[in-house]
Design a protein around this ligand. Structure first.
Ligand SMILES: Cc1cc2nc3c(=O)[nH]c(=O)nc-3n(C[C@H](O)[C@H](O)[C@H](O)COP(=O)(O)OP(=O)(O)OC[C@H]3O[C@@H](n4cnc5c(N)ncnc54)[C@H](O)[C@@H]3O)c2cc1C
Length: 457
């Protein structure tokens, strides 16, 4: 395990529970400062679920944003509470609870490869073999669709609101960037600014805000403002035989989301299961590595799409270079699918019984890797040429039943009659009410999995 951040510590802990000997190698000496202190409720819940304790940190019950408007908007979390953590103590706590031995001051410089497989690492004092190497080394060298830096400083005596709101994460946009702020249990306030206006200083940037500026009136900056890279990054591949890139080593998302640590936990969970599969069921190694690549890529794309949507919600300064650059990130734009709203509604309402449907071209059933307990397995899903991941979730089996029933074109009336006779439909699947079946068929039509023969002719 290379890297003792959240990704490394959680992967190590889970692999230890699977019974593996794990050692963490870390180039720094702890405690070391790391930015990224706001843990949303789902990160805290996942941490608890994984058996970690995180006590003594400031409890966050909501967040306040000033975005797209001058009015602050406060949202209280309904799904639990988050934490504002000082990362030097938090990261130490994670490695302590991982129960894996940690070697500090070991700098991994390269991967050791044999027969096309990673077989260990080269480091500052030699080389060491390992059955599997996890690179949890933080931001790497992936492609960077958005280059940006962040400048952060710690303050005392800010005028934050009292009560539980004092621990809110605060986000405020301004003409040349945005500010992110939180208060730690030590009463230190982190104010981080992401901006790209040459010549603008950290303090001048804060003065461009309204809400944060008021909060910082009379506050004292107690640390020298430091810059750090905050660019988006994504590796071309996250996995190869004998090695995984976990957490930020694989991809880095925009700090706007405050989800980097949560993403690292999720990546660590997948990594532990993938490694367990590679080592105990080598016949599934290729499927397990595919799974990791696919999940990590999809996760990154999902966060990227979310950040783009948030940037586009700020339309007060569309001509300013900062916002123009972010509004023009179009890679994650969803291309609208062509379908008839009338037909979709008619299917759902049971008014399309005479219409004939068939499977759309390129839609097929394929074996796709899935996480099942502590292993990756292959299961059947309906896939398309553009969505190789496959349609999953509650109705995945029903999608495949409909697809099989439509091996030849038929009227909706006939399709439903055939389905009700299908053993898979009646016995294997849980009972499905007719409105649910119509809803699923309408969904498949909207997704382009089936098409109406009459309209496409
Ligand atoms: C400005 C900013 C604000 C952020 N805010 C938040 C936030 O509010 N909430 C949130 O969840 N996330 C936030 N993040 C993201 C968060 O910091 C990261 O996602 C998180 O730290 C990733 O954890 P990791 O374990 O993958 O990597 P890291 O925490 O970077 O850990 C990697 C470790 O690997 C070690 N290492 C590196 N190279 C080597 C080597 N060659 N040999 C040995 N050891 C090595 C490093 O010393 C380090 O300890 C923010 C990021 C930025 C830039």
């Amino acid at each position: 395990m290379v890297g003792a951040g959240p990704a490394g510590a959680v992967t190590a802990a889970l692999l230890r529970r699977f019974g593996y000997d794990v050692e963490i190698w870390e180039r720094a000496r702890f405690p070391r400062h790391r930015i990224g202190e706001s843990l949303p409720p789902r990160a805290v819940a996942l941490l608890r679920h994984l058996g970690f304790q995180a006590n003594g940190f400031a409890v966050m019950e909501g967040h306040t944003s000033v975005w797209g408007t001058t009015e602050p908007h406060r949202a209280v979390f309904e799904e639990g509470y988050g934490l504002q953590v000082d990362r030097d103590r938090f990261d130490q706590l994670l490695i302590d609870q991982s129960s894996a031995p940690v070697q500090f001051g070991r700098i991994v410089t390269d991967l050791l490869k044999e027969d096309g497989k990673v077989a260990g690492v080269r480091w500052n004092h030699g080389q060491t073999r390992a059955r599997f190497v996890v690179m949890a080394t933080g931001p790497g060298k992936g492609s960077r669709p958005l280059r940006q830096s962040a400048t952060f400083g710690y303050w005392r005596n800010s005028n934050h609101p009292h009560g539980s709101q004092a621990n809110d994460t605060i986000i405020e946009s301004f003409a040349d960037g945005w500010v992110w702020s939180l208060r730690l249990a030590s009463d230190l306030r982190n104010v981080t600014v992401v901006f790209d206006s040459p010549g603008l200083s950290y303090q001048e940037a804060i003065r461009q805000t309204r809400f944060v500026r008021q909060m910082m009136e009379g506050a004292a900056l107690v640390s020298k403002p430091l810059g750090c890279d905050a660019s988006w990054q994504c590796a071309a591949s996250f996995a190869e035989p004998g090695m995984l890139l976990v957490g930020d080593a694989g991809s880095v998302i925009d700090p706007l989301s405050s989800q980097g640590v949560y993403k690292a936990f999720c990546s660590a969970m997948s990594a532990a299961v993938v490694i367990n599969t590679c080592l105990k069921r080598p016949e599934l190694e290729a499927a397990a590595l595919d799974f990791f690549n696919e999940e990590e890529r999809r996760t990154y794309d999902g966060y990227a799409a979310g950040s783009v949507a948030t940037f586009r919600a700020e339309q007060r300064w569309p001509e300013r270079p900062f916002w123009k650059a972010r509004h023009s990130l179009s890679t994650w734009d969803v291309q609208p699918r062509a379908f008839s709203v009338d037909i979709a509604s008619a299917i759902e309402a049971g008014r399309a019984m005479d219409l004939t449907f068939q499977n759309a071209a390129g839609v097929r059933i394929a074996q796709r890797p899935t996480m099942s307990g502590s292993f990756i397995e292959l299961n059947e899903y309906l896939v398309t040429t553009t969505f190789d991941y496959g349609y999953r979730g509650k109705y995945a089996a029903l999608f495949m039943t409909v697809h099989r029933a439509l091996s030849s074109a038929k009227a909706l009336q006939q399709l439903i009659a055939d389905l009700s006779r299908t053993a898979a439909y009646r016995f294997i699947l849980p009972p499905v009410e007719r409105p649910v079946l119509l809803h699923v068929i309408a969904y498949m039509y909207r997704e382009g999995l089936i098409e109406s023969v009459s309209t496409s002719a």
